[in-house]
Design a protein around this ligand. Sequence first.
Ligand code: CAA
Ligand code: NAD
Length: 293
Amino acid sequence: MAKYAIKNVTVIGGGLMGSGIAQVTAQAGQNVTLVEVNADVLKKTEASIATSLARVAKKLYKDKPSDGEKFIAETRGRIKGSTDPVESVKQADLVVEAIIENIDIKHKLFKDLDAAAPPSTLFASNTSSLSIGEIASVTNRKDRFGGLHFFNPVPVMKLLEVIRTPETSEETYQAFMAWGKSIGKVCITCKDTPGFVVNRLLVPYMAEAVRMYERGDASARDIDTAMKLGAGYPMGPFELNDYVGLDTTNFILEGWHKKMPDNPLFEPLESMKKLVSEGKLGMKSGEGYYKYD
Ligand code: CAA
Ligand code: NAD
């Protein structure tokens, strides 16, 4: 019998990633509490989950739309919205944090959650680039803390990176692997290193594409076309930057540059910094390297 049985999951942050994590968890039959900063944002989160579930239902139940409606209603019924992080963790078996990529804000959140959650509750961060050990350092449950790194769009991307720090216990690691499988993901394991596997390779690639564009070697559109038709990528690097969120990629580069100033791959990007300062964060704000309706 596994030490940690996970049935009640609290997801903190309902943006691009948290909404997807809540959705796939509820799709797997587990109870989800989804925490956001206020009721207006919660409404937006719920609407985006409804849209995504409709896409999933269309595919799964194409011959029986009435079953699709039932699937949507039951999945949505398992997700409870909340604006109170402390209250939301009191019954949780697992907490997955997916808030803004900022260590101070994550620290403040985890300190509060650590004081409120039962000792048996496992904690995980979905951070793209921060050290899991550093995030966990403010808690008294470093052995019950690890990384669960999902990919955007969560309902479609099959991978889950499971990150163990030197202090993550074997039981916690096994519980994370079993949970990832229970929600339909393929899990890989990585040490607590910058960017884990995917982002350590993907972020420098996206940054090199932007440097190529900033030098004027080729247009963003042509670089995207080249990588899609010449390398078989589903999205070009500018489409992907806009899809991930320019604020997120910019945070990653600035953070890594601070820690590893001698690595030219992590130099922040002038065009990206400018877009972010203008609130042009990519698809989620309607404009980034491209414009969206
Ligand atoms: N929810 C549910 N279903 C979705 C969805 C969503 N949000 N987005 C797409 N889909 C479904 C569609 O309904 C469609 O289903 P069918 O096959 O049944 O028609 C299928 O996915 C394909 O979607 P589209 O036809 O709309 O478009 P597409 O073929 O171009 O695929 C994509 C879209 C899956 C996003 C694809 O372009 C892709 O794989 N892009 C690359 C994404 C990627 O690299 N993600 C990783 C980013 S890095 C990251 O996440 C880590 C980090 O820390 C920054
Ligand atoms: P996002 O900006 O879309 O969403 C973040 C959400 O967190 C917002 O809705 C915000 O209101 C909410 N939030 C902020 N502080 C909060 C708090 N204290 N309590 C509750 N909610 C709070 O960001 P995102 O793209 O979903 O990224 C979230 C995390 O996931 C980051 O750590 C990021 O690095 C990581 N990540 C992002 C991607 C990606 O492709 N965007 C992929 C994998 C991992």
